[in-house]
Design a binder for this molecule. Structure first.
Ligand SMILES: [Zn+2]
Length: 105
């Protein structure tokens, strides 16, 4: 089974990230966002964490912290400026949708 598109599982989050990237002056990343797949869920075990990897290999070269109005959102880029990890903390709404998706599949 191919990894799910982030925009299928978390459409509202994609729009929220797009909005915040625009505010941050990182618009070029928005197009990438819509094509990202959730490759694996973070396994740190922290209850507040709903981060996930969007590349098979996560090697962070650069981070973009976003001015989230709720929780903590940060996008990690690899050296090729591809999004490889999305850090999401204290967002029960996102956690709920991820759990629901993976429980159903
Ligand atoms: Zn985690």
């Amino acid at each position: 089974m191919p990894a799910p598109l982030m925009s299928d599982v978390l459409p509202d989050l994609v729009e929220e990230l797009a909005y915040l990237l625009r505010q941050t002056g990182a618009e070029p990343l928005i197009e990438q966002l819509r094509r990202l797949r959730i490759e694996s869920i973070c396994d740190c075990g922290d209850d507040s964490c709903s981060s996930f990897a969007t590349a098979e290999e996560v090697k962070v070269a650069q981070t973009v912290e976003l001015p989230a109005s709720e929780g903590f959102l940060m996008i990690d880029l690899n050296v090729a400026e591809q999004v490889c990890f999305v850090e999401i903390l204290n967002r029960p709404d996102v956690k709920y949708l991820l759990e629901e998706y993976y429980a159903a599949s």
